[in-house]
Design a binder for this molecule. Structure first.
Ligand SMILES: NC(=O)c1ccc[n+]([C@@H]2O[C@H](COP(=O)([O-])OP(=O)(O)OC[C@H]3O[C@@H](n4cnc5c(N)ncnc54)[C@H](OP(=O)(O)O)[C@@H]3O)[C@@H](O)[C@H]2O)c1
Length: 382
């Protein structure tokens, strides 16, 4: 489908963090270049890439397709951007080039898992730049930072920080913009937890389900990071703040799936002693089943607090019918007294990069505050 436009608009793009998500994003920007030109009249031009060691940039002209392919190959092999040998690239300490002289219209995409990008993101937003986040960290620290980053719908998109490309942040933003009153948000924000609980429900042992989840790549390298519930707590906080509730992490109570002593073990001993947990899960699952309920390790958030814990839910409820490793979010509000439910794949580098591309397109068509003010000035002078 053609965009119906006569010209193509260039949008300079900076990719911060060419890890799994960042590389997938670069790959999609190369592969789908013709699609974005013809469908939207947009040319996304990558002018900067930064990893933890260095920033490389090619202002105005941007990197060529071969350059981006070389960057992807270097990072896939575990190398650093210091190994990138194109002479025309400007080299700076990490994201300094973006911080010092961001190009007009630049959209920076934070694909790191680092708090260190926060000052850069704030600076970009203050100076009329725009940002897309896959990185949760800048949004779960000080509330004032969250507010500064997300204040203007023209400056920031953070859809993939919760449940990857599953559109939940945009739904909450639309609900708040409509003046709806959100009463509660609940669900399962971890594919690992969905998988474990639905497998156990089907009669599989906890230890076997976890081993399989690790083999399938559903878990973090150390699966305890999923089981402890901190990642779900961070996502719950982002949902709460997006809904307009002024919470911080101390207001999100986390009850880990594992008994206390298990959290203290070394990784090898933990994996070896996993079968000790099987019986407890089996009994709990059986007890629940007799009451028409199932177990889920999920979140419940209200305007003043949140919890991440093992919950018993009706087996015929949306959360009870959750499938495989899906994420699910349900939102109850004045408009949606019968809760609005979103369910689907909620993780993976490809899905996350896809969500970042949607955010990019939206921002590319959104006028910045500066542009709107300029338009007002011109209107007054006419
Ligand atoms: N993977 C998923 O399924 C998924 C889903 C939703 C959201 N996310 C989020 O997306 C983000 C990226 O995930 P990932 O799986 O791609 O992580 P990853 O593979 O670990 O990649 C992280 C990248 O960030 C770079 N980096 C780290 N600190 C930096 C710094 N201070 N300055 C510049 N670059 C820095 C790293 O550089 P080096 O290469 O030099 O170490 C690396 O390239 C995370 O925040 C994650 O939570 C991921």
């Amino acid at each position: 489908m053609s965009s119906g436009r006569d010209s193509t608009r260039v949008v300079p793009v900076a990719v911060i963090g060419p890890g799994r998500v960042g590389r997938e994003l670069l790959h999609r920007l190369i592969k789908d270049d013709a699609y974005y030109r013809s469908r939207y009249g947009l040319e996304f031009r990558v002018t900067s890439v930064c990893d933890s060691t260095q920033g490389i940039s090619r202002p105005v002209d941007g990197f060529r397709k071969e350059d981006l392919e070389s960057i992807i190959a270097i990072k896939r092999e575990g190398g650093s951007l210091t190994d990138f040998s194109r002479e025309s690239a400007i080299r700076t300490p990490s994201f300094e080039s973006i911080a010092q002289q961001a190009e007009p219209g630049l959209i920076a995409i934070d694909c790191t898992a680092s708090e260190e990008t926060t000052p850069l993101l704030l600076k970009l937003i203050k100076t009329g730049g725009r940002v897309v986040l896959a990185n949760k960290k800048p949004l779960v620290g000080e509330l004032s930072v969250f507010k500064q980053l997300t204040a203007s719908p023209a400056a920031c998109r953070w859809e993939t920080t919760v449940a990857s490309c599953l559109p939940i942040i945009s739904i909450l933003n639309r609900m708040t913009a409509s003046g709806d009153h959100i009463a509660s948000i609940s669900g399962v924000l971890s594919g690992t937890m969905s998988y474990l609980m639905t497998q156990i429900e089907q009669g599989e042992r906890f230890s076997e389900s976890l081993q399989r989840a690790m083999k399938l790549g559903y878990t973090e390298p150390d699966p305890r990071e999923d089981l402890l519930g901190h990642d779900q707590a961070r996502k719950a906080l982002i949902l709460a703040r997006t809904a307009g509730w002024d919470l911080d992490l101390s207001k999100i109570k986390v009850v880990p799936l594992l008994p206390g002593p298990f959290c203290e073990l070394g990784r090898a001993e933990f994996l070896q002693r996993l079968p000790e947990l099987d019986r407890g899960f089996l009994e709990k699952t059986r007890e629940c089943g007799q009451e028409g309920a199932v177990l889920r390790h999920g979140v419940e958030i209200t305007p003043d607090r949140g919890t991440v814990e093992l919950m018993e839910v009706a087996s015929q409820s949306p959360i009870g019918r959750l499938l495989n490793n899906n994420n699910l979010v349900q939102v109850e509000s004045r408009t949606f007294s019968n809760p609005l439910v979103v369910q689907g794949r909620g993780a993976g580098a490809a899905a996350t990069a896809a969500g970042n591309l949607s955010d990019l397109v939206e921002l590319a068509f959104t006028r910045s505050e500066d542009q709107l003010q300029e338009q007002d000035r011109q209107g007054k002078n006419a």
